[in-house]
Write a protein that binds this ligand. Structure first.
Ligand SMILES: [Zn+2]
Length: 250
């Protein structure tokens, strides 16, 4: 049966397109993931499902377009799963990637594509991920019709500390960051926050303002991924705290 691909808009045969790339499943450090696959949790519809090969949707993409996005998936997997240990900071609970080691375009597009895939999917698990007009903007970013910007689809990346038990849990939830709608994605031991709408990368805290902007994925800047032992993504105050902690230890 022919359906319309959401990327190329052609009528064609669609394939099983992964929402969370399969590579993240195989390469994970966590034994529980290797044994059982992912556990998908949806707080909105109150269930958990085992996903031995990760979550996918067969109604969103054709093979050609899935391959285009697959290039970003592959890059992100190499950086965030295979190579991350090389970038562990010796003194602080974080990973620091020098800007020259990060392909900003590919990594940014990977995160945009994750939230876009969840948004175009009609599956119940992603019902809360609705980008609205930002769905089209996301697609334009992926196709280079719009330049990538730090402050649109802003991305914060946190990594679960090794003692965290729920690393194999996948969840997509909606929240807020700095007053803007944000989406939290948890998978393969990563807590990701994505804010589609343009964000002022400063938060007001007690004495004036201070910018935890260093923690956002930014072009031509070192990528900092703090290691955390709690769920922090999308929680303003918690993120500021972590930022201050890292700064003080510098
Ligand atoms: Zn296509």
């Amino acid at each position: 049966m022919k359906q319309k691909c959401n990327y190329c808009h052609q009528e064609c045969k669609l394939i099983q397109a992964h929402i969370i790339p399969k590579g993240f499943l195989k390469g994970s450090e966590s034994n529980s993931i290797k044994d059982k696959g992912f556990l998908e949790v949806s707080t909105e519809i109150h269930y958990t499902k085992n996903r031995p090969i990760g979550p996918y949707d067969q109604n969103i993409l054709c093979a050609t377009c899935d391959n285009i996005i697959g290039d970003y998936d592959g890059y992100a997997k190499t950086l965030l799963i295979d190579e991350i240990s090389k970038y562990k900071d010796g003194r602080k609970p974080c990973y620091i990637f020098p800007s020259v080691q990060v392909d900003y375009t590919k990594l940014k597009k990977f995160f945009i594509s994750l939230i876009w895939r969840a948004s175009i999917s009609k599956r119940d698990e992603y019902a809360r991920v609705t980008l609205g007009p930002y769905e089209d903007i996301a697609l334009k970013c992926l196709k280079d019709d719009i330049d990538l910007r730090d402050d649109i689809f802003s991305v914060l990346i946190f990594k679960d500390a090794p003692n965290i038990k729920y690393q194999d849990v996948i969840s997509f939830t909606a929240s807020k960051l700095a007053g803007k709608r944000a989406y939290k994605i948890h998978f393969s031991g990563y807590q990701i926050t994505i804010v589609p709408k343009s964000i002022d990368m400063t938060w007001s805290i007690k004495n004036g303002t201070m910018s935890p902007a260093d923690l956002f994925l930014k072009k031509d800047q070192a990528l900092i991924i703090p290691e955390v032992d709690i769920d922090v993504s999308g929680k303003d105050q918690m993120i500021i705290k972590i930022y201050l902690k890292l700064r003080m230890k510098q």
